[in-house]
Design a protein around this ligand. Structure first.
Ligand code: SAM
Length: 220
């Protein structure tokens, strides 16, 4: 096993053990607290939300699926080594290829925090990834974006992304505003959009699971 993968696997094991004692090691910055204490719990309390995709995994996001106990959560991360930080249902995948993994019209929410400008950088890739995410949302599904409006993270600012054009700007769950800078230092901004209600879904999803195939829990 490559050294990085082994390091992450060990870190995840130690952190998960600590988590079980109730001592959750996490970032204490205001932007993280807002996401973890307000936005994700608000999303979970919404009775209309039953399926959520969380994109991008790291040691400090490993507990995010547990912040959404009511919902069917799938995590997605391009780096196979970070799979131990994903949830029980985890996809090792590039968000650009989201439609290869997630059924169209199957998700109530996509949470894409810290991915735009953090690996998802190329304008064409951003368009493909976000258009794919919109396709995978149910009508009225929520696209929640966290991004940093600082160089070099802001090469593709949301207002320039055509895939978001057809969506309605809505308040971020729990925040009462469509756009909020959660931390001045890094201009970490949360924004939310809703897919139109009347947009035809390419396929009816009668299944409970949004996955096209079984997700792996350990990076395949
Ligand atoms: C800054 S980190 C953490 C993101 C995490 N969602 C958060 O809340 O902070 C960004 C992560 O996004 C992943 N990532 C970058 N581009 C991606 C893509 N196209 N598809 C899936 N994951 C991607 C990176 O590998 C990295 O682990």
């Amino acid at each position: 096993m490559p050294a990085k993968a082994e390091l992450y696997r060990t870190a995840a094991r130690v952190l998960n053990t600590l988590d079980r004692t109730g001592w959750i090691l996490r970032y204490r910055y205001g932007d993280r607290r807002l996401l973890e204490d307000v936005i994700l719990p608000s999303l979970d309390r919404d009775p209309a939300v039953t399926s959520v995709l969380l994109v991008g995994c790291a040691w400090y996001t490993r507990h995010y699926p547990r912040l959404l106990p009511r919902t069917h959560v799938v995590t997605m991360e391009i780096d196979p080594a970070k799979a131990p930080f994903g949830g029980e249902r985890h996809l090792v995948a590039n968000m650009v290829d989201i439609e290869d993994h997630v059924a169209p019209g199957s998700l109530d929410a996509v949470v894409c925090n810290g991915v735009l400008g953090w690996g998802l950088d190329d304008a064409d890739a951003v368009e493909a990834a976000f258009a794919g995410a919109v396709t995978c949302l149910k009508p009225q599904g929520l696209f929640l974006l966290g991004w940093n409006d600082v160089v070099p993270r802001n090469g593709c600012a949301p207002h320039s992304i055509a895939a978001l054009d057809g969506l309605e700007a809505v308040p971020v769950p729990g925040l009462g505003a469509h756009s909020l800078v959660a931390l001045e230092r890094n201009q970490h901004c949360y924004q939310a959009w809703r897919k139109p209600a009347d947009e035809a879904t390419p396929a009816q999803n009668t299944d409970q699971t949004p996955l096209k195939r079984r997700a792996s829990s350990d990076g395949e």
